[in-house]
Design a binder for this molecule. Structure first.
Ligand SMILES: *Cc1c(COP(=O)(O)O)cnc(C)c1O
Length: 231
């Protein structure tokens, strides 16, 4: 578990360095620790090392961890595929959802977000390369979904998210990252204020930060290889 502390220190230093290289302010990037298929003990070890934002992909696995770690001050992000019959626990238990990709999901999250909680922070997942195996809306459909989301009182449109195609070398994803940033700027120009760009993972987060990322989602570089067990 001390490896997790070292890895986090290394990631923080690399994020800070990338921000300096991009002439950006030091607090502009949130590091999300992607804890899917990692144990609750691993999450707690990262928390003890100062990590506060965690992301999960699989709802059942996530809920077991949330139950066990309920006493820790953690901001939980959902970054997995959303089935429409699972929107209630997501809206009730998470603070952030990065993978909203259709109107039906947005409407159900709005309906299920408890009034006792602040509005749910949501990001629109964009499928930039038209990959059929991935979720996400086409770039041309982002604005319509954004307009629907900003009308929902229990949702806050936080920004856009992408998982670009696996690239070798990772730098070659820069074009996708730039495109997501331009999509966000186009929303601004059309009167939809939204800021976050959730882009960059273990292999390419430095490139993503150079392209304006405000939220990097990092799993293996913090926790090591995934076990598949989780829980
Ligand atoms: C698993 C996952 C990550 C983390 O990937 P690593 O390569 O382990 O950093 C980031 N984003 C999403 C959406 C994921 O599913």
């Amino acid at each position: 578990m001390s490896r997790i502390r070292e890895n986090l220190a290394d990631i923080r230093a690399r994020v800070a360095n990338s921000l300096v290289n991009a002439s950006r302010a030091g607090d502009e990037v949130v590091i999300l620790a992607v804890s899917k298929q990692q144990s609750a003990d691993a999450v707690e070890a990262a928390w003890r090392a100062g990590q506060r934002h965690f992301a999960e992909n699989y709802l059942q696995e996530a809920l077991a961890k949330l139950d066990r770690l309920g006493k820790l001050d953690i901001a939980w992000h959902f970054i997995g595929r959303i089935q429409s019959n699972k929107t209630r626990p997501i809206a009730e238990r998470f603070g952030w959802v990065h993978t909203v990709d259709r109107a039906r999901i947005a409407l159900r999250l709005n309906e299920h977000r408890p009034v006792s909680l602040p509005p749910l922070n949501v990001l629109i997942q964009v499928n930039q390369a038209g990959e059929t195996q991935k979720a996400g809306v086409a770039p041309s459909d982002v604005e319509a979904l954004a307009r629907l989301i900003v009308q929902q009182p229990r949702l806050r449109l936080a920004g856009l998210m992408t998982i670009p195609p696996v690239a070798e070398p990772p730098r070659s994803n820069a074009a996708y990252f730039h495109e997501l940033s331009e999509l966000r700027d186009r929303l601004h120009a059309r009167g939809i204020a939204t800021d976050a760009l959730s882009m960059g993972m273990s292999a390419d987060f430095e490139t993503a930060i150079a392209c304006g990322s405000t939220c990097v989602r990092i799993g293996t570089a913090i926790f090591g290889a995934r076990t598949s067990a989780g829980g």
